[in-house]
Design a protein around this ligand. Structure first.
Ligand SMILES: CC(C)(COP(=O)(O)OP(=O)(O)OC[C@H]1O[C@@H](n2cnc3c(N)ncnc32)[C@H](O)[C@@H]1OP(=O)(O)O)[C@@H](O)C(=O)NCCC(=O)NCCS
Length: 180
């Protein structure tokens, strides 16, 4: 079992068990594939900014990040009776050339709008900060009100670099010493 992140246990809210946010590893590939397959078409299309048929391959790419020092995937897992069900994920990739991290995120449809996305963003930022990264940026469709709202709530600002279809936003991370 992967090590849990600091402060990673999320309030169960209306869920039927504790929810943990933890790094993914190779043993998560099949369950991550099941998670992506179970998303509604709308959520899946928003997550991948278009249709993706090769879900198993996407899941494999996500868990492959576990072996890279500057990339990671975090999973939100609902724990019930000793079994974990993935209910959210965020993937983070660092670009050494531009010196910023980029991410994508999703939360299972029935768990959306309960604060889990924000908790995952916070966990991702802490981990990126621990890696010494100073800036996180992302892009989403201009029509994606959920992601734009989540980014704003997490303290990201519009960089103005988007176009009529997309919005780019970024956040400078606090130095490690004051990030805690
Ligand atoms: C974007 C997403 C991850 C948000 O996850 P979530 O768990 O629902 O988000 P939270 O409950 O933490 O919401 C945090 C804030 O985001 C904003 N937000 C979330 N859902 C929203 C919606 N449907 N409309 C407008 N704002 C929304 C709100 O500001 C919210 O705070 P509030 O509930 O206090 O108003 C989720 O909607 C999702 O999986 N969407 C599909 C995939 C996607 O679009 N990914 C982004 C591209 S990679």
């Amino acid at each position: 079992m992967s090590q849990l992140l600091r402060d990673a246990v999320v309030k169960p809210d209306q869920a039927n068990g504790p929810i943990c946010i933890r790094p993914a590893d190779v043993s998560d590939m099949e369950r991550l594939s099941i998670y992506f397959t179970g998303l509604s078409m709308t959520t899946r299309n928003k997550r991948f900014m278009g249709a993706r048929a090769d879900i198993a391959r996407v899941a494999a790419e996500c868990v492959a990040r576990a072996g890279h020092p500057d990339h990671f995937t975090l999973l939100a897992e609902l724990r019930q009776e000793g079994y974990g069900t993935i209910i959210g994920e965020t993937i983070y990739v660092y670009d050494a050339a531009t010196r910023h991290g980029e991410f994508a995120i999703s939360v299972a449809d029935v768990f959306q709008r309960r604060g889990l996305g924000l908790q995952m963003m916070n966990a991702m930022e802490r981990r990126a900060s621990d890696l010494g990264h100073e800036m996180i940026a992302a892009e989403t469709a201009r029509a994606n009100a959920e992601m734009r709202g989540l980014a704003k709530k997490a303290g990201f600002a519009d960089t103005g670099l988007g176009d009529w279809q997309s919005v780019h936003f970024a956040k400078r991370l606090p130095p490690v010493a004051s990030a805690r």
